[in-house]
Design a protein around this ligand. Sequence first.
Ligand code: SF4
Length: 392
Amino acid sequence: MDMSTEQIREIVSNQQDAKLRRIGEKTINRERIFFDEAVLLFEKAGLAFTGALANYKRESMHGNKTYFNRNFHIEPTNVCVFSCAFCSYSRIYAHRDEGWELSIDQMMNMVKKYDGKPVTEVHIVGGVHPKMNLYFFVELLQKIKAHRPGLHIKGFTAVELDYMFRKAKLSVEEGMKTLHDAGLDSLPGGGAEIFDAEIRMQICEDKVNADGWLDIHRQAHLLGMHSNATMLYGHIENYSHRVDHMERLRSLQDETGGFNTFIPLKFRNKGNDMSHVAESSVIEDMKTYAVSRLFMDNFPHIKAYWPMLGRQSAQLTLSFGVNDLDGTIDDSTKIYSMAGSEEQHPSLSTAELVALIKQVKREPVERDTLYKEIKNYKDMDLTAMASSPLYN
Ligand code: SF4
């Protein structure tokens, strides 16, 4: 915590491996690290070394600040035309009686449940339902905006968008503009998985490919929208695949500057076609966050999604490059609980999330989706917060 330049210089100068030492010097000098250097960090560097560098970089960018937002999710359906091998969540159309399909009225009732509550964002993602088309979602977006204009709508993975646009026979540019005009403010980062074509063939062969995913985000950025990017790690990919994935995102960010946050997502193996693949260790998780922070130098934020990692590991990530813990969630997502995450009903009150961040001596800052600071909780008393309805 609060690592000084003097301390990191000492750690770097004590590094015996000349190439790793060079990576350390580059980090201190704010120089970009290259593909082979990121692979080397994964393969050869100890976690203590990579973690110290990532922590130094995180603190030089954000100090102790750790962001979160107050949000809720809407998952319109888990019925999906695709069958990704790692997915524990979806049901095929023929088995839709085992899943759920929400009507616009049902989703509006979910939005209305938060009337008067200080949430700033609704996050909408789900399966790719063959009958929920672009115009269905245009109506949903318009109704949400009419009801609560100030609520930021972050919605739809590039996988959902690709299907919607193709079905509506619209170009990516036209489709994106249609949704943006209807009220879509930004895009979440899902559906990226691992961009490498061979890995994609094995884990999610029929959905949008890397270029398609990147183009959808490019078009969103060109319209002035922001987006996030994810990487599903810890399954059958190797370190080069991870770095290749990050490099493609870093290049697009050089081009557009539209990404806010990079979110490494840990593969979970319950209830899917890849249950035979072991999950990554906590050490591997921390290494992945740390290398992400070091390599993704043009991404302002690295986020750990606590419902997927569990609370303790999420706290640990704050020493390995992460500066964002997503949101209060309010038990409104099933994506990771169905894949075996420790968090079966993910929900944290603001008071609990603030306490979680303070326990590891970081500074909790509530943000909106675009990282405008709403409130700094550094000096807030946890006991007073725990008993106040404002934060629970
Ligand atoms: S990961 Fe997404 S696209 Fe793939 S099957 Fe699951 S819900 Fe469908």
